[in-house]
Design a protein around this ligand. Structure first.
Ligand SMILES: O=c1ccn([C@@H]2O[C@H](COP(=O)(O)O)[C@@H](O)[C@H]2O)c(=O)[nH]1
Length: 277
């Protein structure tokens, strides 16, 4: 579990605000791993070993595990147990349901006593409102990461709708930011939406933003930092495919490290420019 202070300390120590996305796909992982009893875990383990000094967070997306049924869930549990203690470990599950159901999702991902999973943070869709989010906040020290403005093309369908003289995504941030402090709530904002970061910072000056969409989706790290960085950094920038599928031969972990290192070096420059390190 990482508090806000510990997260900021890790960012300064590792000179990085990189989140490595763990989205394993059996059609893309190296052939030789398929001989292992749990190829997905073996893939993740090697990626984690190769990148853990360069990143401050990991984000397995639950879809990539659920797709393989019971075996996939076992890979997710094994991955959860293997994730380092000094990284913020996020389950990208995009859940959102009525209170008693959210209780169960929270137990599934935050309480390892039965499920075997002990993530630090979970992504949540805010559409069902306060009672769908508060069950996660009952777990001391755990984070909820609310989808605000996604990297997807479809973000225009609802998130830019006009509500109360602004966009719906602004209402989501303003309202949900009263449910807990910036030490418990983060927001997902796509790197492909860098023009909106100034606006988002007006409503969420202190919250960390989880920013997917650099690499494979074409978002610019430079623009994200220019418009989204705060005095505490305030950013976790995710790359999944760009790192994990940099190569698909026996050298895949080295290639993943090389891609992670490129991002870490850019991040170090941005942190120095902002006077954070
Ligand atoms: O708005 C969003 C919210 C979540 N994601 C997720 O992040 C990763 C991005 O993967 P890349 O391979 O680096 O493109 C993936 O798990 C998405 O489901 C997002 O992209 N945008």
């Amino acid at each position: 579990m990482l508090s806000r202070e510990q997260l900021i300390a890790q960012i300064k120590q590792k000179r990085s605000f990189l989140c490595v996305g763990l989205d394993p796909d059996l059609d893309k992982i190296p052939e030789f791993l398929k001989g292992y009893p749990d190829p997905i875990f073996e893939f993740n383990k090697r990626i984690i070993d190769a990148t853990k000094d360069l990143c401050v967070a990991y984000k397995p997306n639950s879809a990539f595990y659920e797709a393989y049924g019971i075996k996939g869930l076992q890979s997710l549990i094994s991955t959860s147990k293997y994730l380092p203690a000094d990284t913020l470990n996020i389950i990208d599950a995009k859940r959102g349901d009525i209170g008693n159901t959210s209780d169960k999702y929270a137990k599934a991902f935050f309480d390892d006593s039965d499920s075997g999973m002990d993530f630090d943070a979970i992504t949540i869709t805010p559409y069902m409102g306060n009672d769908s989010v508060t069950p996660y906040l009952k777990y001391d020290g755990k984070w909820v990461i609310i989808l605000a403005l996604t990297s997807s093309v479809g973000s225009k369908d609802f998130q830019y709708s006009e509500v109360d003289g602004g966009f719906l995504y602004e209402t989501v941030i303003k309202k949900s930011n009263t449910w807990a402090g910036a030490d418990r709530i983060m927001y997902v904002v796509g790197a492909t939406k860098s023009t909106e970061f100034t606006n988002i910072r007006a409503h969420a000056p202190d919250n960390f933003l989880l920013v997917p969409g650099v690499g494979a989706q074409g978002g610019s790290l430079e623009d994200v930092c220019k418009y989204g960085m705060t005095k505490d950094c305030g950013l976790l920038v995710n790359s999944s495919r760009g790192i994990t599928y940099a190569a698909n031969g026996p050298d895949f972990a080295d290639a993943a490290r090389a891609e992670a290192l490129k991002l870490q070096q850019q991040m170090e420059q941005e942190l120095a420019l902002a006077g954070i390190i």
